[in-house]
Design a protein around this ligand. Structure first.
Ligand code: G4P
Length: 527
Protein backbone atom coordinates (compact mmCIF):
# COMPACT_ATOMS: atom_id res chain seq x y z
CA UNK A 1 0.00 0.00 0.00
CA UNK A 2 1.33 3.41 -0.82
CA UNK A 3 2.24 5.69 2.02
CA UNK A 4 -0.65 8.05 1.44
CA UNK A 5 -3.18 5.22 1.43
CA UNK A 6 -1.72 3.96 4.68
CA UNK A 7 -2.10 7.40 6.22
CA UNK A 8 -5.67 7.74 4.97
CA UNK A 9 -6.66 4.32 6.25
CA UNK A 10 -5.47 5.05 9.73
CA UNK A 11 -7.43 8.26 10.10
CA UNK A 12 -10.87 8.74 11.58
CA UNK A 13 -12.25 12.25 11.87
CA UNK A 14 -15.45 12.79 13.78
CA UNK A 15 -17.41 15.21 15.95
CA UNK A 16 -19.40 14.71 19.13
CA UNK A 17 -22.73 16.48 19.21
CA UNK A 18 -25.11 16.95 22.07
CA UNK A 19 -27.25 19.39 23.92
CA UNK A 20 -25.26 21.21 26.63
CA UNK A 21 -24.83 19.10 29.75
CA UNK A 22 -25.49 15.73 28.18
CA UNK A 23 -21.85 14.79 28.73
CA UNK A 24 -19.95 15.72 25.58
CA UNK A 25 -16.94 17.14 27.42
CA UNK A 26 -16.79 14.20 29.80
CA UNK A 27 -16.97 11.71 26.95
CA UNK A 28 -14.33 13.57 24.94
CA UNK A 29 -12.06 13.47 27.93
CA UNK A 30 -12.50 9.73 28.45
CA UNK A 31 -11.77 9.08 24.80
CA UNK A 32 -8.60 11.12 25.01
CA UNK A 33 -7.59 9.23 28.14
CA UNK A 34 -7.95 5.93 26.29
CA UNK A 35 -5.67 7.26 23.62
CA UNK A 36 -3.17 8.52 26.19
CA UNK A 37 -3.48 11.99 24.66
CA UNK A 38 -4.02 13.44 28.10
CA UNK A 39 -2.93 12.10 31.43
CA UNK A 40 -5.29 13.72 33.82
CA UNK A 41 -9.01 13.86 33.80
CA UNK A 42 -10.16 17.46 33.87
CA UNK A 43 -7.81 18.69 31.18
CA UNK A 44 -10.54 19.18 28.61
CA UNK A 45 -13.10 20.21 31.15
CA UNK A 46 -11.08 23.19 32.26
CA UNK A 47 -11.10 24.41 28.68
CA UNK A 48 -14.82 24.20 28.39
CA UNK A 49 -16.86 27.34 28.03
CA UNK A 50 -18.51 27.43 31.40
CA UNK A 51 -22.22 27.20 31.52
CA UNK A 52 -22.80 30.17 33.75
CA UNK A 53 -20.92 32.23 31.21
CA UNK A 54 -23.38 31.67 28.41
CA UNK A 55 -24.97 35.05 28.87
CA UNK A 56 -21.65 36.75 29.46
CA UNK A 57 -20.03 37.32 26.10
CA UNK A 58 -16.90 38.85 27.59
CA UNK A 59 -16.27 35.59 29.29
CA UNK A 60 -16.84 33.79 26.03
CA UNK A 61 -14.38 36.13 24.34
CA UNK A 62 -11.85 35.21 26.98
CA UNK A 63 -12.55 31.55 26.55
CA UNK A 64 -12.33 31.83 22.81
CA UNK A 65 -8.58 31.93 23.17
CA UNK A 66 -8.68 28.71 25.11
CA UNK A 67 -11.19 26.96 22.95
CA UNK A 68 -8.96 27.32 19.93
CA UNK A 69 -6.76 24.72 21.57
CA UNK A 70 -9.62 22.26 21.77
CA UNK A 71 -10.84 22.88 18.24
CA UNK A 72 -9.27 19.63 17.16
CA UNK A 73 -8.23 16.94 19.53
CA UNK A 74 -6.16 14.14 18.14
CA UNK A 75 -5.28 10.87 19.75
CA UNK A 76 -3.93 7.49 18.80
CA UNK A 77 -5.79 4.30 19.50
CA UNK A 78 -5.08 0.83 18.19
CA UNK A 79 -2.70 2.26 15.66
CA UNK A 80 -5.27 4.72 14.32
CA UNK A 81 -5.03 8.48 14.33
CA UNK A 82 -8.35 9.78 15.54
CA UNK A 83 -9.33 13.44 15.24
CA UNK A 84 -12.19 14.80 17.30
CA UNK A 85 -13.42 18.13 16.02
CA UNK A 86 -14.97 20.21 18.75
CA UNK A 87 -18.52 21.30 18.10
CA UNK A 88 -19.01 24.05 20.69
CA UNK A 89 -22.35 23.54 22.31
CA UNK A 90 -23.12 26.34 24.67
CA UNK A 91 -26.56 27.79 24.93
CA UNK A 92 -26.08 30.47 22.36
CA UNK A 93 -24.20 28.31 19.97
CA UNK A 94 -23.34 29.83 16.66
CA UNK A 95 -23.23 28.66 13.10
CA UNK A 96 -19.68 27.55 13.74
CA UNK A 97 -21.03 24.44 15.33
CA UNK A 98 -23.09 23.58 12.29
CA UNK A 99 -20.21 24.24 9.98
CA UNK A 100 -17.78 22.03 11.84
CA UNK A 101 -20.07 19.18 10.88
CA UNK A 102 -19.07 19.74 7.25
CA UNK A 103 -15.49 18.80 8.11
CA UNK A 104 -16.16 15.47 9.87
CA UNK A 105 -16.68 12.02 8.40
CA UNK A 106 -18.94 10.74 11.16
CA UNK A 107 -20.47 11.84 14.45
CA UNK A 108 -21.27 10.50 17.89
CA UNK A 109 -24.48 11.86 19.37
CA UNK A 110 -24.64 11.98 23.17
CA UNK A 111 -28.06 11.82 24.81
CA UNK A 112 -28.85 12.20 28.49
CA UNK A 113 -30.93 9.16 29.51
CA UNK A 114 -33.15 11.31 31.73
CA UNK A 115 -33.66 14.22 29.39
CA UNK A 116 -33.90 12.29 26.16
CA UNK A 117 -33.58 14.07 22.84
CA UNK A 118 -33.12 17.82 23.36
CA UNK A 119 -33.43 20.78 21.05
CA UNK A 120 -29.85 21.42 20.00
CA UNK A 121 -29.29 17.75 19.33
CA UNK A 122 -32.28 17.81 17.02
CA UNK A 123 -30.93 20.74 15.06
CA UNK A 124 -27.43 19.36 14.78
CA UNK A 125 -28.58 15.90 13.77
CA UNK A 126 -30.76 17.48 11.11
CA UNK A 127 -27.60 18.80 9.48
CA UNK A 128 -25.96 15.36 9.75
CA UNK A 129 -28.99 13.75 8.16
CA UNK A 130 -28.90 16.20 5.32
CA UNK A 131 -25.33 15.18 4.67
CA UNK A 132 -25.93 11.48 5.32
CA UNK A 133 -23.22 11.48 7.96
CA UNK A 134 -22.85 8.13 9.75
CA UNK A 135 -24.06 8.50 13.34
CA UNK A 136 -23.41 6.49 16.50
CA UNK A 137 -25.66 7.26 19.48
CA UNK A 138 -24.34 7.14 23.03
CA UNK A 139 -26.97 7.20 25.76
CA UNK A 140 -25.26 8.66 28.81
CA UNK A 141 -25.79 8.85 32.58
CA UNK A 142 -27.21 5.36 33.07
CA UNK A 143 -26.05 5.65 36.68
CA UNK A 144 -29.05 7.94 37.09
CA UNK A 145 -32.74 7.24 36.78
CA UNK A 146 -33.95 7.97 33.29
CA UNK A 147 -36.29 6.97 30.55
CA UNK A 148 -37.05 3.39 29.65
CA UNK A 149 -34.66 2.10 26.97
CA UNK A 150 -37.36 1.29 24.43
CA UNK A 151 -39.17 4.59 24.96
CA UNK A 152 -35.90 6.36 24.43
CA UNK A 153 -35.24 4.47 21.19
CA UNK A 154 -38.71 5.50 19.97
CA UNK A 155 -37.93 9.09 20.86
CA UNK A 156 -34.63 9.01 18.98
CA UNK A 157 -36.33 7.51 15.94
CA UNK A 158 -39.10 10.04 16.04
CA UNK A 159 -37.34 13.27 16.96
CA UNK A 160 -34.02 12.66 15.24
CA UNK A 161 -35.55 10.65 12.40
CA UNK A 162 -32.88 8.01 12.68
CA UNK A 163 -33.24 4.29 12.35
CA UNK A 164 -31.55 2.81 15.36
CA UNK A 165 -29.98 -0.50 16.25
CA UNK A 166 -28.91 -0.96 19.89
CA UNK A 167 -25.51 -2.64 20.04
CA UNK A 168 -25.54 -2.65 23.80
CA UNK A 169 -28.43 -2.84 26.22
CA UNK A 170 -28.55 -1.56 29.78
CA UNK A 171 -29.17 -3.77 32.80
CA UNK A 172 -31.30 -1.55 35.01
CA UNK A 173 -30.47 2.07 35.63
CA UNK A 174 -29.86 4.53 38.45
CA UNK A 175 -29.44 2.71 41.76
CA UNK A 176 -30.15 -0.59 40.03
CA UNK A 177 -27.75 -0.07 37.16
CA UNK A 178 -25.62 -3.19 36.84
CA UNK A 179 -23.98 -2.73 33.49
CA UNK A 180 -24.65 -3.41 29.84
CA UNK A 181 -24.87 -6.39 27.62
CA UNK A 182 -22.71 -5.77 24.57
CA UNK A 183 -24.69 -7.21 21.68
CA UNK A 184 -21.92 -6.52 19.22
CA UNK A 185 -19.32 -8.64 20.95
CA UNK A 186 -21.69 -10.73 23.07
CA UNK A 187 -20.13 -9.72 26.33
CA UNK A 188 -21.53 -8.83 29.69
CA UNK A 189 -19.94 -5.68 31.06
CA UNK A 190 -20.55 -5.14 34.75
CA UNK A 191 -20.74 -1.72 36.34
CA UNK A 192 -18.81 -0.74 39.43
CA UNK A 193 -19.56 2.87 40.24
CA UNK A 194 -16.81 5.42 40.67
CA UNK A 195 -14.00 3.16 39.64
CA UNK A 196 -12.18 2.57 36.46
CA UNK A 197 -13.54 -0.32 34.56
CA UNK A 198 -11.48 -3.43 35.23
CA UNK A 199 -10.65 -6.20 32.81
CA UNK A 200 -12.33 -8.90 34.87
CA UNK A 201 -15.61 -7.09 34.81
CA UNK A 202 -16.08 -7.96 31.16
CA UNK A 203 -17.45 -11.46 30.78
CA UNK A 204 -17.86 -13.32 27.49
CA UNK A 205 -21.49 -14.28 27.30
CA UNK A 206 -22.60 -15.65 23.99
CA UNK A 207 -25.77 -17.27 25.28
CA UNK A 208 -27.96 -15.30 27.61
CA UNK A 209 -29.89 -18.48 28.47
CA UNK A 210 -26.85 -19.60 30.44
CA UNK A 211 -27.96 -19.81 34.10
CA UNK A 212 -24.65 -18.20 35.09
CA UNK A 213 -26.25 -14.90 34.10
CA UNK A 214 -28.52 -15.12 37.16
CA UNK A 215 -25.47 -15.40 39.36
CA UNK A 216 -23.88 -12.31 37.97
CA UNK A 217 -26.81 -9.94 37.98
CA UNK A 218 -29.54 -11.67 39.97
CA UNK A 219 -32.54 -13.64 38.84
CA UNK A 220 -35.01 -10.90 38.11
CA UNK A 221 -32.51 -8.64 36.31
CA UNK A 222 -31.40 -11.66 34.27
CA UNK A 223 -34.98 -12.43 33.27
CA UNK A 224 -35.58 -8.84 32.32
CA UNK A 225 -32.39 -8.66 30.26
CA UNK A 226 -33.23 -11.89 28.40
CA UNK A 227 -36.67 -10.57 27.58
CA UNK A 228 -35.45 -7.14 26.52
CA UNK A 229 -32.65 -8.48 24.37
CA UNK A 230 -35.16 -10.80 22.71
CA UNK A 231 -37.31 -7.78 21.88
CA UNK A 232 -34.29 -5.83 20.64
CA UNK A 233 -33.35 -8.65 18.27
CA UNK A 234 -36.92 -8.90 17.09
CA UNK A 235 -37.79 -5.24 16.66
CA UNK A 236 -34.61 -3.74 15.26
CA UNK A 237 -32.92 -4.65 12.00
CA UNK A 238 -29.64 -6.55 12.20
CA UNK A 239 -26.62 -4.28 12.23
CA UNK A 240 -25.02 -3.92 8.81
CA UNK A 241 -21.99 -1.69 8.59
CA UNK A 242 -22.94 -0.48 5.14
CA UNK A 243 -26.28 0.83 6.40
CA UNK A 244 -24.42 2.79 9.05
CA UNK A 245 -21.92 4.15 6.51
CA UNK A 246 -24.80 5.23 4.27
CA UNK A 247 -26.28 7.16 7.18
CA UNK A 248 -29.28 4.83 7.18
CA UNK A 249 -28.80 3.06 10.50
CA UNK A 250 -27.39 4.30 13.79
CA UNK A 251 -25.93 1.89 16.32
CA UNK A 252 -26.72 2.79 19.93
CA UNK A 253 -24.57 2.29 23.03
CA UNK A 254 -25.48 2.86 26.67
CA UNK A 255 -23.11 3.90 29.41
CA UNK A 256 -21.95 6.46 31.89
CA UNK A 257 -19.20 8.73 30.67
CA UNK A 258 -18.28 10.13 34.05
CA UNK A 259 -17.73 6.59 35.33
CA UNK A 260 -15.87 5.68 32.19
CA UNK A 261 -18.42 2.97 31.67
CA UNK A 262 -19.50 1.75 28.26
CA UNK A 263 -17.09 4.17 26.62
CA UNK A 264 -14.50 1.59 25.66
CA UNK A 265 -17.16 -0.65 24.10
CA UNK A 266 -18.30 2.19 21.95
CA UNK A 267 -14.76 3.25 21.04
CA UNK A 268 -13.81 -0.31 20.09
CA UNK A 269 -16.82 -0.52 17.84
CA UNK A 270 -16.20 2.98 16.48
CA UNK A 271 -12.66 2.14 15.33
CA UNK A 272 -14.00 -0.92 13.58
CA UNK A 273 -16.94 0.63 11.77
CA UNK A 274 -16.32 4.39 11.43
CA UNK A 275 -15.48 5.63 7.94
CA UNK A 276 -11.99 6.59 6.85
CA UNK A 277 -11.70 10.10 5.33
CA UNK A 278 -14.44 10.39 2.74
CA UNK A 279 -14.44 11.92 -0.74
CA UNK A 280 -15.74 15.47 -0.89
CA UNK A 281 -17.88 17.02 -3.62
CA UNK A 282 -16.75 20.15 -5.41
CA UNK A 283 -18.59 22.12 -8.08
CA UNK A 284 -16.20 20.64 -10.62
CA UNK A 285 -15.88 17.01 -9.53
CA UNK A 286 -15.57 14.65 -6.59
CA UNK A 287 -12.25 14.90 -4.79
CA UNK A 288 -10.98 11.56 -3.51
CA UNK A 289 -8.62 11.41 -0.53
CA UNK A 290 -6.13 9.14 -2.28
CA UNK A 291 -5.50 11.60 -5.11
CA UNK A 292 -1.90 12.65 -5.34
CA UNK A 293 -2.51 16.38 -5.37
CA UNK A 294 -3.36 18.20 -2.20
CA UNK A 295 -6.72 19.95 -1.81
CA UNK A 296 -8.62 21.19 1.22
CA UNK A 297 -11.18 23.74 2.40
CA UNK A 298 -11.53 26.23 5.23
CA UNK A 299 -14.49 25.49 7.48
CA UNK A 300 -13.81 27.71 10.44
CA UNK A 301 -11.98 30.94 11.15
CA UNK A 302 -10.86 31.92 14.58
CA UNK A 303 -9.98 35.54 15.16
CA UNK A 304 -7.35 36.65 17.58
CA UNK A 305 -8.87 38.52 20.46
CA UNK A 306 -5.98 40.86 20.79
CA UNK A 307 -6.85 43.97 18.75
CA UNK A 308 -3.16 44.70 18.22
CA UNK A 309 -2.72 41.46 16.36
CA UNK A 310 -5.52 41.11 13.95
CA UNK A 311 -4.35 37.74 12.75
CA UNK A 312 -6.66 34.82 12.58
CA UNK A 313 -6.40 31.09 12.36
CA UNK A 314 -8.16 29.47 9.45
CA UNK A 315 -8.97 25.82 10.03
CA UNK A 316 -8.50 23.76 6.93
CA UNK A 317 -9.63 20.21 6.42
CA UNK A 318 -7.29 18.25 4.19
CA UNK A 319 -9.41 16.39 1.61
CA UNK A 320 -6.86 14.87 -0.74
CA UNK A 321 -3.15 14.33 -1.20
CA UNK A 322 -0.45 15.39 1.15
CA UNK A 323 -0.19 18.90 2.55
CA UNK A 324 3.36 20.14 3.08
CA UNK A 325 4.78 23.07 4.95
CA UNK A 326 6.46 25.88 2.97
CA UNK A 327 5.01 24.73 -0.33
CA UNK A 328 3.30 26.93 -2.87
CA UNK A 329 -0.44 26.34 -2.97
CA UNK A 330 -3.26 28.04 -4.81
CA UNK A 331 -5.78 30.12 -2.90
CA UNK A 332 -8.50 29.45 -5.44
CA UNK A 333 -10.84 32.37 -4.74
CA UNK A 334 -8.05 34.92 -4.80
CA UNK A 335 -6.29 33.20 -7.66
CA UNK A 336 -2.89 33.53 -6.09
CA UNK A 337 -0.16 31.36 -4.69
CA UNK A 338 0.44 31.12 -0.97
CA UNK A 339 2.94 29.39 1.26
CA UNK A 340 2.38 28.40 4.85
CA UNK A 341 5.41 28.48 7.07
CA UNK A 342 3.69 27.67 10.36
CA UNK A 343 0.84 25.25 9.75
CA UNK A 344 -0.32 24.03 13.13
CA UNK A 345 -1.87 20.88 14.43
CA UNK A 346 -3.79 20.77 17.65
CA UNK A 347 -3.24 17.65 19.64
CA UNK A 348 -5.39 17.99 22.72
CA UNK A 349 -4.33 21.49 23.66
CA UNK A 350 -0.75 21.05 22.48
CA UNK A 351 -0.06 23.22 19.46
CA UNK A 352 2.73 22.07 17.18
CA UNK A 353 3.99 23.19 13.83
CA UNK A 354 3.62 20.34 11.39
CA UNK A 355 5.59 19.41 8.30
CA UNK A 356 2.83 17.52 6.56
CA UNK A 357 -0.80 16.54 6.89
CA UNK A 358 -3.05 13.96 5.28
CA UNK A 359 -6.74 13.64 4.36
CA UNK A 360 -8.88 13.73 7.47
CA UNK A 361 -6.47 16.05 9.27
CA UNK A 362 -7.34 19.57 10.24
CA UNK A 363 -4.62 22.17 10.23
CA UNK A 364 -4.54 25.72 11.48
CA UNK A 365 -3.22 28.33 9.05
CA UNK A 366 -2.22 31.77 10.27
CA UNK A 367 -4.11 34.28 8.22
CA UNK A 368 -4.10 38.04 8.02
CA UNK A 369 -7.53 38.28 6.47
CA UNK A 370 -7.22 36.33 3.25
CA UNK A 371 -9.59 33.52 4.04
CA UNK A 372 -13.34 33.18 4.04
CA UNK A 373 -15.34 30.22 5.17
CA UNK A 374 -15.55 27.72 2.33
CA UNK A 375 -12.32 28.79 0.59
CA UNK A 376 -10.38 26.10 -1.25
CA UNK A 377 -6.62 25.63 -1.23
CA UNK A 378 -5.14 23.32 -3.86
CA UNK A 379 -1.98 22.45 -5.72
CA UNK A 380 -3.22 24.39 -8.71
CA UNK A 381 -6.59 23.03 -9.77
CA UNK A 382 -9.52 25.43 -9.49
CA UNK A 383 -11.80 23.50 -7.20
CA UNK A 384 -14.74 24.86 -5.23
CA UNK A 385 -15.82 22.61 -2.40
CA UNK A 386 -19.53 22.15 -1.89
CA UNK A 387 -21.43 21.40 1.25
CA UNK A 388 -20.19 24.25 3.44
CA UNK A 389 -23.37 26.26 3.46
CA UNK A 390 -24.69 29.07 5.58
CA UNK A 391 -27.72 28.09 7.62
CA UNK A 392 -30.98 29.97 7.91
CA UNK A 393 -30.61 32.32 10.87
CA UNK A 394 -33.44 32.84 13.32
CA UNK A 395 -32.53 35.98 15.23
CA UNK A 396 -32.49 39.33 13.50
CA UNK A 397 -31.71 42.97 14.12
CA UNK A 398 -31.25 46.04 12.03
CA UNK A 399 -27.69 47.25 12.30
CA UNK A 400 -27.03 50.98 12.14
CA UNK A 401 -23.87 53.00 12.04
CA UNK A 402 -23.59 54.83 15.36
CA UNK A 403 -20.64 56.97 14.32
CA UNK A 404 -20.99 58.62 10.89
CA UNK A 405 -17.26 59.33 10.74
CA UNK A 406 -16.46 55.66 10.99
CA UNK A 407 -18.62 54.15 8.30
CA UNK A 408 -15.62 52.76 6.44
CA UNK A 409 -14.44 50.96 9.55
CA UNK A 410 -17.91 49.65 10.18
CA UNK A 411 -18.26 48.24 6.70
CA UNK A 412 -14.86 46.62 6.81
CA UNK A 413 -15.48 45.19 10.26
CA UNK A 414 -18.85 43.80 9.27
CA UNK A 415 -17.42 42.31 6.12
CA UNK A 416 -14.60 40.55 7.93
CA UNK A 417 -16.79 39.29 10.74
CA UNK A 418 -19.21 37.87 8.18
CA UNK A 419 -16.30 36.19 6.35
CA UNK A 420 -15.42 34.55 9.63
CA UNK A 421 -18.96 33.24 9.82
CA UNK A 422 -19.86 35.04 13.04
CA UNK A 423 -23.28 35.94 11.59
CA UNK A 424 -24.93 36.76 8.28
CA UNK A 425 -25.61 40.15 6.80
CA UNK A 426 -28.60 40.84 4.60
CA UNK A 427 -29.28 44.03 2.70
CA UNK A 428 -32.95 44.70 2.09
CA UNK A 429 -33.65 45.53 -1.51
CA UNK A 430 -36.33 48.13 -1.03
CA UNK A 431 -34.53 50.50 1.33
CA UNK A 432 -30.95 49.22 1.52
CA UNK A 433 -31.21 48.61 5.26
CA UNK A 434 -28.76 46.16 6.74
CA UNK A 435 -30.01 43.28 8.83
CA UNK A 436 -27.83 40.91 10.80
CA UNK A 437 -29.08 37.37 11.22
CA UNK A 438 -27.63 34.88 13.69
CA UNK A 439 -28.32 31.45 15.05
CA UNK A 440 -27.78 32.49 18.68
CA UNK A 441 -28.66 35.87 20.22
CA UNK A 442 -25.31 36.25 21.93
CA UNK A 443 -23.61 36.93 18.62
CA UNK A 444 -25.09 40.43 18.53
CA UNK A 445 -23.11 41.42 21.61
CA UNK A 446 -20.00 39.73 20.26
CA UNK A 447 -20.27 41.67 16.99
CA UNK A 448 -20.81 45.01 18.70
CA UNK A 449 -17.90 44.41 21.04
CA UNK A 450 -15.55 43.26 18.33
CA UNK A 451 -16.47 46.10 15.95
CA UNK A 452 -15.54 48.53 18.64
CA UNK A 453 -12.39 46.82 19.86
CA UNK A 454 -10.94 45.52 16.65
CA UNK A 455 -12.17 48.00 14.06
CA UNK A 456 -12.85 51.18 16.00
CA UNK A 457 -16.40 51.25 14.68
CA UNK A 458 -19.57 51.49 16.61
CA UNK A 459 -22.94 50.10 15.71
CA UNK A 460 -26.37 50.17 17.23
CA UNK A 461 -29.18 47.71 16.80
CA UNK A 462 -32.87 48.07 16.24
CA UNK A 463 -35.37 45.30 16.61
CA UNK A 464 -36.83 43.86 13.47
CA UNK A 465 -39.70 41.48 13.49
CA UNK A 466 -38.53 38.49 11.50
CA UNK A 467 -38.95 34.77 11.91
CA UNK A 468 -36.59 33.28 9.37
CA UNK A 469 -34.47 34.11 6.36
CA UNK A 470 -34.38 31.63 3.52
CA UNK A 471 -32.80 31.60 0.14
CA UNK A 472 -35.12 31.53 -2.87
CA UNK A 473 -34.72 30.25 -6.39
CA UNK A 474 -36.86 28.97 -9.22
CA UNK A 475 -36.53 27.17 -12.53
CA UNK A 476 -39.28 29.41 -13.77
CA UNK A 477 -37.92 32.94 -14.13
CA UNK A 478 -41.36 34.47 -14.64
CA UNK A 479 -42.63 32.91 -11.41
CA UNK A 480 -39.55 34.12 -9.55
CA UNK A 481 -39.95 37.63 -10.93
CA UNK A 482 -43.57 37.72 -9.91
CA UNK A 483 -42.71 36.55 -6.42
CA UNK A 484 -39.97 39.17 -6.07
CA UNK A 485 -42.34 41.85 -7.27
CA UNK A 486 -45.15 40.86 -4.93
CA UNK A 487 -42.98 40.43 -1.88
CA UNK A 488 -40.75 43.39 -2.60
CA UNK A 489 -40.72 44.46 1.02
CA UNK A 490 -39.42 41.09 2.19
CA UNK A 491 -36.57 40.55 -0.23
CA UNK A 492 -32.92 41.01 0.61
CA UNK A 493 -29.54 39.92 -0.66
CA UNK A 494 -26.85 38.12 1.30
CA UNK A 495 -23.18 39.10 1.09
CA UNK A 496 -22.74 36.90 -1.98
CA UNK A 497 -25.60 38.59 -3.78
CA UNK A 498 -28.01 35.66 -3.41
CA UNK A 499 -31.72 36.36 -3.08
CA UNK A 500 -33.18 35.91 0.36
CA UNK A 501 -36.78 35.96 1.54
CA UNK A 502 -37.29 37.48 5.00
CA UNK A 503 -40.32 35.84 6.55
CA UNK A 504 -42.07 37.67 9.36
CA UNK A 505 -43.68 34.59 10.80
CA UNK A 506 -44.06 30.87 10.26
CA UNK A 507 -47.45 31.67 8.84
CA UNK A 508 -46.04 34.19 6.37
CA UNK A 509 -43.49 31.64 5.24
CA UNK A 510 -46.18 29.02 4.75
CA UNK A 511 -48.34 31.44 2.82
CA UNK A 512 -45.46 32.42 0.57
CA UNK A 513 -44.71 28.77 -0.10
CA UNK A 514 -48.36 28.03 -0.84
CA UNK A 515 -48.94 31.05 -3.03
CA UNK A 516 -45.77 30.58 -5.01
CA UNK A 517 -45.44 26.85 -5.62
CA UNK A 518 -42.89 27.37 -8.37
CA UNK A 519 -40.50 29.19 -6.06
CA UNK A 520 -38.17 27.07 -3.98
CA UNK A 521 -37.38 28.09 -0.41
CA UNK A 522 -34.03 26.85 0.89
CA UNK A 523 -32.91 26.68 4.49
CA UNK A 524 -29.23 26.54 3.71
CA UNK A 525 -27.36 28.74 1.26
CA UNK A 526 -26.46 25.78 -0.95
CA UNK A 527 -29.17 24.47 -3.18
P1 G4P B 1 -21.42 18.87 28.06
O1 G4P B 1 -20.01 18.95 27.62
O2 G4P B 1 -22.27 18.05 27.14
O3 G4P B 1 -22.05 20.19 28.36
O4 G4P B 1 -21.48 18.05 29.43
P2 G4P B 1 -20.36 17.71 30.50
O5 G4P B 1 -19.47 16.64 30.02
O6 G4P B 1 -19.74 18.95 31.01
O7 G4P B 1 -21.29 17.09 31.63
C1 G4P B 1 -22.32 17.83 32.25
C2 G4P B 1 -22.53 17.30 33.65
O8 G4P B 1 -22.94 15.93 33.60
C3 G4P B 1 -21.26 17.31 34.51
O9 G4P B 1 -21.66 17.51 35.84
C4 G4P B 1 -20.76 15.88 34.37
O10 G4P B 1 -19.94 15.49 35.44
C5 G4P B 1 -22.06 15.14 34.37
N1 G4P B 1 -21.95 13.80 33.76
C6 G4P B 1 -21.32 13.43 32.62
N2 G4P B 1 -21.45 12.10 32.42
C7 G4P B 1 -22.19 11.64 33.43
C8 G4P B 1 -22.65 10.34 33.79
O11 G4P B 1 -22.41 9.34 33.12
N3 G4P B 1 -23.40 10.24 34.93
C9 G4P B 1 -23.69 11.32 35.70
N4 G4P B 1 -24.42 11.12 36.79
N5 G4P B 1 -23.25 12.56 35.41
C10 G4P B 1 -22.51 12.71 34.29
P3 G4P B 1 -21.50 18.89 36.58
O12 G4P B 1 -21.98 18.68 37.97
O13 G4P B 1 -22.18 19.95 35.80
O14 G4P B 1 -19.99 19.15 36.50
P4 G4P B 1 -18.86 18.51 37.41
O15 G4P B 1 -18.80 19.40 38.58
O16 G4P B 1 -19.26 17.12 37.73
O17 G4P B 1 -17.65 18.56 36.56
Amino acid sequence: MSNINKEINRRRTFGIVSHPDAGKTTLTEKLLLFGGAIQVAGAVKSNKIKRHATSDFMEIERQRGISVATSVMGFKYQGLKINILDTPGHKDFAEDTFRTLTAVDSVIVVIDVAKGVEEQTERLVEVCRMRKTPIIVFVNKLDREGKDGFDLMDEVEEKLQLNVRPLSWPIGMGQRFQGVYNLYERKLVLFRPHGKQQEEEVIEFTDLKDPALDKHIGESAAEELREEVRIVEEVYPPFERQDYLDGELSPVFFGSAVNNFGVKEMLDCFVEIAPTPLPRPTEERTVRPEEEQFAGFVFKIHANMDPKHRDRIAFLRVCSGKFQRNTNYLHVRQGRKMKFSNPTSFMASKKTVIEEAYPGDVIGLYDSGNFKIGDSVTEGEELHFKGIPSFSPEQFRYVNNADPLKSKQLNKGLEQLMDEGVAQLFTREIDGRKIIGTVGALQFDVIQYRLENEYGASCSYEPVNLYKACWVSSDDQTALKEFLQRRKRDIAKDTHGNLVFLAESAWALNMAQENHPKVKFHFTSEY
